[in-house]
Design a binder for this molecule. Structure first.
Ligand SMILES: CC(C)(COP(=O)(O)OP(=O)(O)OC[C@H]1O[C@@H](n2cnc3c(N)ncnc32)[C@H](O)[C@@H]1OP(=O)(O)O)[C@@H](O)C(=O)NCCC(=O)NCCSC(=O)Cc1ccccc1
Length: 199
C-alpha cells in the first residue's frame, strides 16, 4: 500500500513534514547542545528516519499530478527547497518572494551563490514555459552584484526574452523590495531534440 500524493490531506501532511524538517535543519545548524544531547538527538533521528523509510512511495514521473513535489527549488515536500512559491503576474513573467534561511547559507549570514542560481534557474525556466516554450537549461550566466542576506525578504523575477528555433532566452534577478538588484541571471533554454517539435 502507498499513499496518494494527490489527496489534499496527504499533500498537506507531506508539506507539514517538510516544513518541520526545515526547522530541524536550521536547528541542527545553530544548536549549542552538549555532546551527550547531540548523540541522543542523533539516535532519535535515526529512529525517525527508519520509520519514514519503512513505507516508501514510488517516484513521480514527469508531468504526473504533483510532479514537482520533490523539486529542489519549488518542491514544498522537499526540505532542501526554500521552497520558491512562483507567482504569475498579469503583466507577464514570473515572480517569487523569498526569505532565505540558515540552511541556505554560503558566507556567514549570506545566501550561497549556488542557491541564488538554483532559484533563478528555476524562475527563468518557468518564464520560458509561461511563454509557451519547453526548454531545459543549457547555460546560465550569473552576475552577483551584492550579497543576498539571510532572513530578509527579497523578490525574484524573471521573464522570457526571445527564441530562435529550439533555443529560448530568459533573464531574471533577485532584488531587495526597494528594487536594489543583488543578483542577475541570463539563461539559454533548449527544447530537447528528442521532444516532438512544433510544425
Ligand atoms: C537539451 C539540451 C540542453 C540540448 O541538447 P540537444 O537538443 O541534443 O541539442 P543539440 O546538440 O541538438 O544542439 C541544438 C543547438 O543548441 C546548442 N547547444 C546545445 N547545448 C548547448 C549548451 N550547453 N550551451 C549553448 N548552446 C548549446 C547547439 O550548439 C545547437 O545550436 P545550433 O542549432 O547549431 O545553433 C541537452 O544538452 C540537455 O538535455 N542538457 C541537460 C539539460 C539539463 O539537465 N538542465 C537542467 C535541468 S532544467 C532545470 O533545472 C531548470 C528548469 C526549471 C523549470 C523549467 C525549465 C528548466
Amino acid at each position: 500500500m502507498s499513499i496518494d500524493v494527490t489527496s489534499e490531506a496527504t499533500h498537506a501532511a507531506l508539506l507539514a513534514l517538510a516544513a518541520q524538517t526545515r526547522e530541524l535543519m536550521d536547528a541542527v545548524l545553530a544548536t549549542g547542545a552538549d555532546d551527550d544531547e547531540l548523540a541522543a538527538v542523533t539516535e532519535e533521528l535515526r529512529a525517525l528516519t527508519a520509520r519514514l523509510d519503512a513505507a516508501r512511495r514510488p517516484p513521480v514521473e514527469f508531468g504526473e499530478p504533483r510532479w514537482l513535489l520533490g523539486n529542489a527549488a519549488v518542491g514544498a515536500a522537499n526540505p532542501f527547497a526554500p521552497p520558491v512559491e512562483v507567482e504569475y503576474p498579469p503583466g507577464g513573467g514570473v515572480r517569487a518572494e523569498q526569505v532565505f534561511r540558515p540552511l541556505h547559507e554560503g558566507p556567514p549570514g549570506l545566501v550561497h551563490g549556488g542557491v541564488s542560481a538554483m532559484v533563478l534557474d528555476h524562475l527563468l525556466g518557468t518564464a520560458v514555459g509561461v511563454a509557451g516554450r519547453v526548454g531545459l537549461t543549457a547555460s546560465l550566466t550569473m552576475s552577483y552584484r551584492a550579497p543576498v542576506p539571510l532572513g530578509v525578504l527579497v523578490v525574484a523575477t524573471a521573464e522570457y526574452t526571445r527564441s530562435e528555433g529550439r533555443k529560448s532566452w530568459a533573464e531574471g534577478r533577485i532584488a531587495l523590495p526597494d528594487g536594489t538588484v543583488l543578483v542577475e541571471a541570463t539563461g539559454l533554454f533548449i527544447t530537447p531534440g528528442w521532444l516532438p517539435q512544433e510544425a
